[in-house]
Ligand binder design. Structure first.
Ligand code: AP5
Length: 209
């Protein structure tokens, strides 16, 4: 199955994508994670995108589209994938249509108050990228990842000014994709407010699996 996860920053897309990928036996492709790895490696791509990401802005369409085009050409995603964080603009959605055929778009429905609560408490493993939360999902040992022992840190773009910028960018550039995909008959809305186990149920119900 070829899916897009669409929703505001901090809606829980990445958290559900990990579980959904296991259920459907397909890969999660997170453009945000790919960019963060590039930053951590200090590669030319990482040097180019670091400042943009830290400020909560979007990386340019050309760079992002090329990255996804190359990733979706690989053998391991020919049967299916979850695109987590792409497309984020109408030009990205139009470009995607030229190289892959998405079957469904899952739209995460959550108010700003829920987003702020989730992003304000997010903690991330620097090594494996696992998402924790300071209240809802704490690591057993403060600051240490339960899964790989890596350092758990606060993302640069989870600081208050960057969160506000990301929400503004979402409203102006990404939210128009909701109507774009609804008009194509691809959109499935899920209630993203409950805790994770319930969201997994909502997701399965939406897909009828
Ligand atoms: P990206 O990493 O994609 O950031 P995002 O879309 O802002 O999404 P987040 O990772 O912040 O949130 P999420 O919805 O995955 O929530 P999560 O599961 O972590 O992108 C980062 C940057 O990269 C962008 O700003 C941009 O610069 C660049 N970029 C990426 N893609 C791009 C593109 N296509 N074009 C241009 N630029 C691009 O959950 C959040 C927290 O809540 C966690 O702590 C989690 O534990 C907790 N949580 C999750 N679900 C629940 C729940 N149900 N109940 C309680 N807590 C929960």
């Amino acid at each position: 199955m070829k899916l897009i996860f669409l929703g505001p920053p901090g809606a829980g897309k990445g958290t559900l994508a990990v579980k959904a990928a296991e259920i459907l036996k397909i890969l999660q492709i997170s453009t945000g994670s790919i960019f963060r790895s590039a930053v951590a490696d200090g590669s030319p791509l990482g040097l180019k995108v670091k400042g943009i990401m830290d400020a909560g802005k979007l990386v340019d369409d050309e760079t992002t589209i090329e990255l996804v085009r190359e990733r979706l050409a690989k053998d391991d995603v020919q049967k299916g994938y979850i695109l987590d964080g792409f497309p984020r603009t109408i030009p990205q959605a139009q470009a995607l249509e030229s190289f892959s055929k998405v079957e469904k778009v899952i739209n995460f429905d959550i108010p700003d108050s829920g987003v702020l609560e989730r992003l304000g408490g997010r903690r991330v493993c620097r090594m494996c990228g696992y998402n924790f939360h300071a209240v809802f999902n704490k690591p057993a040992k403060e600051g240490i990842c339960d899964h790989c022992g890596g350092e758990v840190y606060i993302r640069e773009d989870d600081k208050p000014e960057a969160i506000q910028k990301r929400l503004e960018v979402y409203r102006t550039q990404t939210a128009p994709l909701i109507d774009y995909y609804r008009e194509k008959g691809l959109l499935l809305d899920i209630d993203a407010k409950p805790m994770v186990d319930q969201i997994v149920i909502n997701f399965k119900n939406a897909l009828g699996i």
